[in-house]
Design a protein around this ligand. Structure first.
Ligand code: 13P
Ligand code: SF4
Length: 320
């Protein structure tokens, strides 16, 4: 399905001005670089667009570039390819997966879904193309509530793969959702106990949390939302101090937008700061340069699968 990863000799790149080389390749290839907020700050700074999952898929749907370079993880690049079958879609490291997508393989999701034939399947965008193809509507953290609210109240819903986002949606909408038991390895690490202790040391700080966090953490949040939602909240808030319960890459844009404010990463158990996504952080400037130079690794998808996965994404874009 996917071309083999191309690593290249990273050591031989030491003499290159990677920023300049990437800018040159971008012009030559007519490429657009889309980056998620969880990428390293140097990658965010050279991207054409930095955003949350919904914004990145909207950008991918709208771009006129010939090549999409996705500085993110596999499910994001796959989504871009599903929307752009004729464009070259590159991902710097094909091993950049996601614990939510990996924890919901299609061969297990298919029989799970079959147990609830009367349920409409709403899947979080953090899933494989195969699972998207088994879904009725895709959502992201920024449009999930809006999408659930558009489904008639008598219609039962199966929600996959993030149980924490699912539980948050149940609380917000009052709807009963049948949940797939998946979770994000990064957001699940935040500890309620350490967060409460940190709040005691910073009583003025607002807690901003992503809905992939467990309910025990979300309970202490002043704001719950997508990465863009968290960034925008910090920008418009009169508060000066924030505890941020999501992947630490977002702090780069927060600090850039609000240099006078203080942002603290939410802690894990024992106070450790373990909020880096190991998948997102597989992408580096070197790999970004190499994937553009070599025009691989590229995302390829079986056309029949792509068409089935496209329908629920189009539905999401229409309902957003
Ligand atoms: P959003 O950027 O849509 O909030 O999603 C966060 C995430 O986990 C991406 O992997
Ligand atoms: Fe997946 Fe979590 Fe990493 Fe996002 S932060 S890509 S949900 S593992």
């Amino acid at each position: 399905m996917i071309a083999p990863a191309q690593t290249g000799n990273l050591a031989s790149l030491a003499h290159l001005d990677l920023e300049q080389e990437i800018a040159r390749l971008k012009r030559e290839m007519n490429a657009v670089i889309l980056a998620h907020y969880y990428q390293d700050s140097e990658i965010q700074d050279l991207a054409d667009f930095v955003g949350d999952s919904l914004q990145l898929s909207q950008q991918a749907a709208a771009t006129s570039a010939d090549v999409i370079v996705f500085a993110g993880v596999l499910f994001m690049a796959e989504t871009a390819k599903i929307l752009n079958p004729d464009k070259l879609v590159l991902l710097p490291d094909l091993k950049a997966g996601c614990s939510l997508a990996d924890g919901c393989p299609a061969h297990l999701f298919r029989p799970f879904r079959a147990r609830y034939p009367d349920h409409i399947v709403v899947s979080y965008i953090n899933c494989s193309a195969e699972v998207k193809a088994l879904s009725d509507i895709i959502c992201t953290s920024s449009n999930a509530e809006k999408i659930i609210r558009q489904i008639p109240p008598e219609q039962p819903i199966l929600f996959a793969p993030d149980q924490h986002l699912g539980r948050y949606l149940m609380k917000k909408t009052g709807r009963e959702l049948r949940l797939w038991p998946g979770s994000c390895m990064v957001h699940e690490m935040f500890s309620e106990r350490s967060l409460v202790q940190l709040k005691q040391r910073h009583p003025q700080a607002m807690v901003l949390a992503h809905p992939e966090c467990a309910e025990a953490v979300l309970r202490h949040a002043d704001y719950v939302g997508s990465t863009t939602g968290i960034l925008n909240y910090a920008k418009q808030s009169p508060a000066n101090e924030f505890i941020v319960a999501t992947e630490s890459g977002i702090l780069h844009q927060m600090e850039k937008a609000c240099p006078e404010k203080t942002f603290i990463s939410a802690p894990g158990e024992g106070g450790c700061v373990c909020s880096e996504c190991p998948h997102m952080k597989l992408n580096t400037m070197e790999k970004l340069y190499l994937c553009m130079k070599n025009r691989k690794p590229e995302i390829t998808l079986d056309e029949e699968l792509r068409q089935r996965a496209l329908q629920p994404i189009v539905r999401m874009l229409e309902m957003s």
